[in-house]
Design a binder for this molecule. Sequence first.
Ligand code: MLT
Length: 551
Amino acid sequence: MLTPRSFSLCLFPTASGYSSPDRLRILVPEKVSPDGLALLSAEFDVDSRPGGLSADELIACIPSYHGLIVRSETRVTAAVLSAGRKLRMVARAAVGMDNIDVGAATKNGVIVVNSPAGNIVAAAEHTVALLLATARNVGRKTLGIIGLGKVGMKVARMFVGLGMQLLAVGPYASPALAKQAGIELAAGLADLLPVVDFLTIHTPLLASTLDLLGEAEFRQMKSPARVLNVARGGVYNEAALLRALDQGWIAGAGLDVFTTEPPEKGSVAAQLAAHDKVVCTPHLGASTAEAQENVSLDVCSQMLTILRGGLPTAAVNAPLILPGEYRKLQPYVKLVERMGALYTQHYAPAGGGRGGMVGGTKFELVYEGELSGVSNTRPLFAALVKGLVSVISDSGGRDVNIVNATLIAKDKGIVINEIHEHGGSGDGAGAYASLVTLRTRSTSRLAGSGGRGGQMIQGYVSGKNVYISKLGRFTASFIPEGTLVILHNYDEPGKIGGVSVALGKHGINIRFMQVASLEEEDEEGDGRWILLLLVSRVCRREAETEARRRS
Ligand code: MLT
């Protein structure tokens, strides 16, 4: 009689994967250099709207796009990000992130990238141009620099060439680099402000840099001093700057950025822009053809990689992955995701219900062999979360990625402890380059590779395929793909034939079959169990009905 001791039906993507037949769509609601966009248009539908979109128009159309590329005019708000149901990534074709709600992007699993270096030279050049436009005879004068990041350092090097003395403050300034560039570091603003002839700021606009210079600071400066801003409106308190110019506490300003852009009519920003001691430009710091080409190529090539299914290598809201590590990890991402999906479908139903044994479960993900030496295994962590929840979530796990995996795991009470087994007796990758083991924590009732419940899955990668080599106490070798029926049964004559007849009666074709044996003799009395694996072509509808019934 065919009465399996236990039974599970597991569905996996087929070789063609999860990808949708539609071409992915990218929205570009601003003027972005065509050099980068050309990289994307061969594979994706790129919809350029250089005239821009209102906030409502953006929310109305974003649901059909997978990628969004913006400069500084489009505000990518939480509302836009949650309306973008298909949105996988947002690219900012510049450095600053102030028009993107990165926190909301992270919650929605949207990868955010920028171009950290593409327009540095342009911004530094513009600082030089503004300084020269506000004054002549700059050689032998002292320039104060607040912020010694990429732009601040570039500015410093350019002004050294003009014969200026440089004095700077920066929370992350490296004394060695500063010395090499001929920059003297001041202890703080109080030491810097009274001695400089010019002051330039190169910081992002943060809570700590908003209104960094106000009335008290302007009053400390020399009266012929001039200030420059090619960073962000708001780092100088605009009302205080206006007073400083009116009262003659300082002699002039070169301003490229304002708190409102373009400055709102009647605002302090507008009064500054019109002031006769101010030379102003309309946020042109990055607007050279070369800089626009650089940032466009930079963000579009990142978008190409990510929308093709690759991992982000320099995202603002995802950890940095070096190209070498990325190449090592990529095949294992698929393996670990499949192991997670197998776990949920094979073990979780026993826990009684939708994700009953996944939510609240503590897992160990063990890497042996080459993988144990990879320090950043974040993509594998994300792949496990994705696999575990893919069969119990409405989105099929498509919304889980490296950006939000931690949040989703936390939300569902899934705890994953990654273990890198280095050398010694634990280095059991054997014939494989690497071996990955997923097991529930040994504190669990059924846990451990040796536990009676045998909640353990082990796998490896060979060539382009991923294989499961152990399922609980059974040794196997199968590709987790398509529809898989797993039966636990007694090792008795006629069982396999019975299964094949029963499946045949329902029009189910067996494409691959494997009898997996126990690792060791079962000590628990009546005979030995076998694990019967049947990879079959089940009518899709029936399989889905069965999966629904079981969940
Ligand atoms: C930047 O953030 O890179 C510059 O301010 C240029 C821009 O905003 O587009």
